[in-house]
Design a protein around this ligand. Structure first.
Ligand code: UTP
Length: 292
C-alpha cells in the first residue's frame, strides 16, 4: 500500500460563527493558551510522521504563512536578550524548509472544493486532511491513529465520534454495516440528516485519510447540502470503489469553530499547561462558587 506523506489543511473558510473575532484575524490564528489553533493541527501532523503540509488558504489568511515562516529579526532579538526558552518556542513551530505549500481557494465554495484546490500538490496519492477547527487532545496523535487504521484496511478512513441522536443534523453521519467498537465499516454517508433520517449516530469529525479516488470524484462534484461542494458527497461517491471506515479514535475533540467549543478548548489546554494550570483551576473554582 502506498505510504501517506501529505496532509491538506483547508483554511479558506470565513469563520462566521466566531465573528467578529475572525474579521481581521483568520480564525485558525486565534490562540488557545499560547499558540494559534492551526499550530496544534500542524504539530499533530508532524508527530504522525506526515512530511508535506498543503494549506488551502483564501483572502486575508496571510498571517498563517507568516506564523510558520522564520522570523529572523525576532529570533535575533530574543537571542540578544538571552530569552532562550522563548526562542526555542518560536523555532519549534517552523516545519523544515520546503515542506509547506500554500495554494488559494478563490471563493469559499465548500470543503470539497477547498480540498480539490490542492489536487496539483496531492497528485495521485492517498492523503490526509485535517480541519484545524477540530482541536484534538490525544496521547497518540489522532492522525497517527488514522494512519495505523489505514494501513490495516486501506481506502478511506475518517475519524468519528458518537453524537447525541438529536444533534445529527449538525454532522456527516455514517451508514454502518459492521462495527467492532473501534472500526466501523460503512456503506454510505449522509450530510446533516434530521434525527429521524439519520442511519446512525456516528459522526465524521475533521480528520481523514483519503484515497486518490476522492480527488477524482471531486473533479466532477456538484454543489450539495447548503449549496456547497461537500467533501462527504465525494466520499459517498467512492463508496463502491474503495473501502470506507470510521475510526473511533482515542482522545477528545474540541470544536474551535464555534464560541463554546473554543472556550472549552482554552480551559482544558490551560489546565494541561503547567504555566497556567494552577491559576486556571483557582479561577474556575472561584467562578463556579460565585455561580452557586
Ligand atoms: P466550516 O464550515 O467549519 O468553516 O468548514 P467556515 O465556513 O469557516 O465556518 P463558519 O461556518 O462560517 O463559521 C470546515 C473547514 O473547511 C474549511 C474551513 O476553513 C474549515 O477549516 N473551508 C470551508 C474551506 O477551506 N473552504 C470552504 O469553502 C469552506
Amino acid at each position: 500500500m502506498q505510504r501517506v506523506r501529505k496532509v491538506v489543511f483547508p483554511v479558506a473558510g470565513l469563520g462566521t460563527r466566531v465573528l467578529p473575532a475572525a474579521k481581521a484575524v483568520p480564525k485558525e490564528m486565534l490562540p488557545v493558551v499560547d499558540r494559534p489553533v492551526i499550530e496544534y493541527a500542524v504539530e499533530e501532523a508532524r508527530a504522525a510522521g506526515l512530511e508535506a503540509f498543503i494549506f488551502v488558504t483564501g483572502r486575508g489568511k496571510s498571517a498563517i504563512e507568516d506564523h510558520f515562516d522564520r522570523a529572523a529579526e525576532l529570533e535575533a532579538l530574543l537571542e540578544a536578550k538571552g530569552k532562550s526558552k522563548e526562542l526555542a518556542e518560536v523555532r519549534r513551530c517552523q516545519p523544515p524548509a520546503g515542506s509547506l505549500v500554500y495554494t488559494r481557494q478563490p471563493q469559499p465554495l465548500g470543503l470539497g472544493h477547498a480540498v480539490w484546490c490542492a489536487r496539483a500538490f496531492v497528485q495521485d496519492e492517498p492523503f490526509a486532511v485535517a480541519l484545524p477547527d477540530d482541536l484534538i487532545r490525544a496521547e497518540t496523535p489522532c492522525l497517527k491513529q488514522l494512519l495505523d487504521a489505514h494501513a490495516e484496511v486501506g481506502g478511506n478512513v475518517v475519524a468519528v465520534i458518537d453524537v447525541p441522536k438529536d444533534q445529527t443534523a449538525r454532522y456527516g453521519i455514517l451508514d454502518v454495516t459492521a462495527d467492532d467498537g473501534r472500526l466501523a465499516a460503512a456503506q454510505g454517508l449522509v450530510e446533516k440528516p434530521a434525527p429521524e433520517d439519520a442511519p446512525s449516530t456516528l459522526s465524521i469529525i475533521g480528520r481523514y485519510i483519503l484515497d486518490p479516488a476522492v480527488m477524482r470524484a471531486l473533479d466532477t462534484q456538484q454543489a450539495g447540502h447548503g449549496g456547497e461542494i461537500q467533501l462527504t458527497d465525494a466520499l459517498a461517491a467512492t463508496i463502491h470503489e474503495v473501502p470506507f471506515h470510521g475510526l473511533r479514535f482515542q482522545g477528545e475533540r474540541f470544536d474551535c469553530g464555534n464560541k463554546a467549543g473554543y472556550v472549552e478548548a482554552t480551559l482544558q489546554f490551560a489546565l494541561d499547561n503547567p504555566e497556567t494550570a494552577e491559576a486556571t483551576r483557582a479561577a474556575m473554582r472561584r467562578m463556579i462558587a460565585l455561580e452557586d
